[in-house]
Design a protein around this ligand. Structure first.
Ligand code: NAD
Ligand code: TYD
Length: 339
């Protein structure tokens, strides 16, 4: 089985590459990644010499490069993680979100049609459903919750989802979509809440909490997400959407306090800052469908996963220090520039 994984040098994509090489030692995994600021090739160093792994630096919007790779590899499955993924950046500069997240998706699906890919899987987000009120803990996102986006990021992801379903209906492309809640774990880029707070707390820097800090996210350990996608690409029904989440709802401020406690740091570091524009209040997934149809259940509880994650950042300063200093962006040139 040949699987093209786009965005495999990013947070979830790299965890998925590791998961797949381990879970399916007979599969060939080809990672296509542009190495934007969010892609870090050093993350993939442990698998670079694996004969079942290939890395290709390319942009999913580049039709020629995508076509060449599909012609060479004749993939059975395509899993698209490649995206601009940070809400705050999308508020500053929406354009690149539309290019990568929507146009890039169409380029990948055109190639998937042309080369007869047996499954195109789109990695989407619960953010396409908009947000839920804080005072209605009984409400959850199901697969039939209407799409109702808030940020340029979530709108671009929703646009891609609609296009994926259109390719299924119009051309019969065999697609599946997963919409997952917030992930956390190793290799999470330090601009996102959890790694940002861990690293700033370690440096005794102020911790910027947006608004009142009461916004709620439904956190899932990244490995559980990877296992869900593995299940969906093998057993999921074509044309279907699967919500992925583990009923691990936490207010931002409680996460920040937990991190401070684990690191033995003072809550005085907490600084409330101006709220994010259009800030979604609460996300919460109902994972009944993937549980009933595919037997998926999250395995890592938040209380354990967050301790594991903090420990990972403590043990892996060599991974995040070059990111914080900006040095990691020279890594590709240094290692592969003349290859
Ligand atoms: P990330 O920002 O850490 O990584 C994105 C990767 O995509 C990077 O390696 C980057 O270099 C690559 N990339 C960006 N533009 C590209 C392009 N034009 N061509 C090729 N590669 C490109 O993102 P992540 O957090 O790992 O998220 C991966 C996917 O999962 C995204 O589609 C995101 O929308 C979705 N998702 C993320 C979360 C989350 O909590 N992080 C939750 C649900 C869904
Ligand atoms: P983030 O990790 O950016 O993920 P998303 O916006 O996709 O959910 O943010 C998670 C939550 O943390 C969100 O409610 C915004 C908040 N947040 C802060 O309070 N301070 C920060 O510095 C960041 C990056 C996020």
């Amino acid at each position: 089985m040949n699987i093209i994984v786009t965005g495999g040098a990013g947070f979830i994509g790299s965890n998925f590459v590791f998961h797949m090489l381990k879970a399916h030692p007979d599969y060939r995994i080809i990672c296509l990644d542009k190495l934007t600021y969010a892609g870090n090739l050093s993350t993939l160093e442990p698998v670079m010499d694996n004969p079942n792994f290939r890395f290709v630096k390319a942009d999913i919007c580049d039709k020629e490069a995508v076509d060449k790779l599909f012609a060479e590899e004749k993939p059975d499955i395509v899993v698209n993680f490649a995206a601009e993924s940070h809400v705050d950046r999308s508020i500053e500069n929406p354009q690149v979100f539309l290019e990568t997240n929507i146009l890039g998706t169409s380029v990948l699906m055109d190639a998937s049609r042309k080369y007869g890919v047996k499954r195109y899987h789109q990695v989407s987000t619960d953010e396409v459903y908009g947000d839920l009120p804080l005072d209605r803990p009984d409400m959850f996102f199901t697969e039939s919750t209407p799409i109702h986006t808030s940020s340029p990021y979530s709108s671009s992801k929703a646009g891609a989802d609609l296009l994926v379903l259109a390719y299924y209906r119009t051309y019969g492309l065999p697609v599946t979509i997963s919409r997952c809640s917030n992930n956390y774990g190793p290799y999470h880029f330090p601009e996102k809440l959890i790694p940002l707070m861990i690293i700033r707390a370690l440096h005794d820097e102020s911790l910027p909490v947006y608004g009142d800090g009461l916004n709620v996210r439904d956190w899932l350990y990244v490995e559980d997400h990877c296992k869900a996608i593995d299940l969906i690409i093998h057993e999921g029904k074509i044309g279907e959407v699967y919500n992925v989440g583990g009923h691990n709802e936490m207010a931002n401020i409680d996460i920040v306090k937990l991190i401070l406690k684990e690191l033995g740091k003072s809550e005085d570091l907490i600084t409330y800052v101006t709220d994010r524009k259009g800030h979604d209040r609460r996300y919460a997934i109902d994972p009944t469908k993937i549980h009933n149809e595919l037997g998926w259940l999250p395995e890592t509880k938040f209380a354990d996963g967050i301790v594991k994650t903090i420990k990972w950042y403590l043990d892996n300063e060599a991974w995040w220090q070059p990111i914080v200093s900006g040095e990691y962006q020279n890594y590709y040139e240094k290692m592969y520039g003349d290859k």
